[in-house]
Write a protein that binds this ligand. Structure first.
Ligand code: 5RP
Length: 216
């Protein structure tokens, strides 16, 4: 189902464009499919070092985001997604670069299998990227918000930071909580993608790939 959703995303890639590429197992299926049409695109912007390595291995030119003036689509997976296309991301730890590349793209296309579709975000622990010296302070603030933060052991992001995975949050107002957590000093990025949700969800199901568009 992940692979089918990833393959369906190829139809959303305009010829001659620069494509933003996410991180994770579903994104990896998309990279493989992109490799098959590499002659039809200018190149890709990667959301992580792992994605850049995989793109290059398939002969797809990897461009720096600062050198790109237009990027029609960004394609990435999610850990959870709602009917409003708000997401939790960062299970793979690439949330900061994912949010940056997604922000630049004209359209955010989420590719996911149907286990990722939820009514309310928060069963999946919410990843928060944090400057290491702020770990204790940020953890205390997250506890005040009702969460139980746990340090992702032995993990550093591509930006050299740590991740706190926060359990116990029932996220009824994803956009409000995204703002609130972003305000905590020492937080680099929260893995809530609600202010800039996906525009299109390609959902792999047992019956095929469903296309859902943002309701706005
Ligand atoms: C990585 C992510 C991924 O998109 C998310 O973890 C989903 O991964 P997968 O496609 O392997 O299920 O946000 O930081």
């Amino acid at each position: 189902m992940k692979a089918a959703a990833a393959r369906a995303a190829i139809a959303h890639v305009p010829a001659g464009s620069v494509v933003g590429v996410g991180t994770g197992s579903t994104a990896n299926y998309f990279i493989d499919a992109l490799g098959e049409i590499r002659g039809r695109i200018e190149g890709a912007v990667a959301s992580s070092e792992a994605t850049a390595t995989r793109l290059k291995a398939l002969g797809i030119p990897v461009l720096e985001l600062n050198d790109v003036s237009e990027m029609p689509v960004y394609v990435d997976g999610a850990d959870e997604i709602t009917a409003n296309l708000a997401m939790i991301k960062g299970g793979g730890g690439a949330l900061t670069r994912e949010k940056i590349v997604g922000a630049v793209a004209g359209k955010f296309i989420c590719i996911a299998d149907d286990s990722k579709l939820v009514d309310v975000l928060g069963r999946f622990p919410l990843p928060v990227e944090v400057i290491p010296m702020a770990q204790a302070h940020v953890a205390r603030q997250l506890v005040k918000l009702g969460g139980q933060p746990v340090l992702r052991a032995g993990f550093r992001t591509d930006n050299g930071n740590i991740i706190l995975d926060v359990r116990g949050l029932k996220i009824v107002d994803p956009s409000g909580l995204e703002s609130e957590i972003n305000q905590i000093a020492g937080v680099v990025t929260v893995g809530l993608f609600a202010k800039r949700p996906a525009d299109v969800l390609l959902l792999g199901t047992a019956g095929g790939v469903e296309t859902r568009c943002h309701p706005a």
